[in-house]
Design a binder for this molecule. Sequence first.
Ligand code: AMP
Ligand code: MG
Length: 358
Amino acid sequence: MITEYIVVNEEAPDGEVIRRAGRIIRDGGLVAFPTETVYGLGGDALNPSSSRKIYEAKGRPSDNPLIVHICRWEDVAPIVSEIPPQAVILAEVFWPGPLTMILKKNDRVPKETTGGLDTVAIRFPSDKVAQALIAASGGYIAAPSANRSGRPSPTLARYCLEDLDGRVEMILDGGQVGGLESTIIDLTQEEPVILRPGFITKEMLEEVLDAVEEDRAVIDPDSGIAPKAPGMKYKHYAPRGELMIFKGERDKVVAGINQAAAREMAAGKKTGVICTDETEQQYKADSVKSTGCRGDDKSTARELFRILREFDDEGIERIYSESFDEGYLGKAIMNRLMKAAGHKVIDLGRAEGAFQTS
Ligand code: AMP
Ligand code: MG
């Protein structure tokens, strides 16, 4: 398959290109497209063969359900068996935007799309290209992130091309996107439960809902409890190099990372550091990259995955990252970074001076 790569205007995509892309999806093909979170690998959500193709192109285990993307609130009712009152409120406040709701599906949604579950994940993205494409495709696009399974989520179209060239019919390049996936909230239980932290925080949800719980498995990844969002159990966003996170006081983190990097470089390894503008000048490694100012969560969310990709391109074998747990997106960002690192954290606050790498 030849993959067509088209640059589109982010705000006003060419109608002819969108019609062609929509036709591909209606005909059962796949198109990678921008959303405000990450690039999506889209197929017709109501066509079981399209969903199978998505799993194949992505190399994703088929028990990991897909999010169905819509472009109008009215399109929820035709694919679910009931609409709980919280869904109406959340849609009113947060849609279009990075919030995914889990609802009980009806027979129109094939099990291939939901990984065999009786529930369906639905999101109404705010990205203009995504909205136009969804409308042109018949209203329902199933889309996971447009990366090969286990690779960092793509924030630029050229990363989709790297991972999916020859596996999808078309890639729409709408520039750089936000970087952090949608918050997932399950509305099929008695109380709403956050299954994946994201751009819409628990505090924001609590402002409009009476009570919001968090999936235990997400709060405490070492609890041994299986996460309710099947995808959360996989090691996601993994860079090729080994990643380790350093926590603690700034000076100690800098010293700790430099020491670890020096040892690995002496052993012939290529090292990379993920840091912030405040500390960038203080590191000695083969490649040092800043996510922006410390505390600028949006910049961190956007730059983090790009940096991990760049380290892959540069052949970095050992990656050391500062920790990013403050700020309103801290929980969501650290959830992603911890997964990328396979939960390897050196806490310099606790184990003072005595850290072991490798
Ligand atoms: P991605 O497409 O890579 O953003 O991942 C989608 C996430 O949504 C995965 O973690 C899925 O497990 C989760 N998800 C999708 N549908 C459901 C569902 N019906 N119930 C629970 N989690 C879901
Ligand atoms: Mg993903």
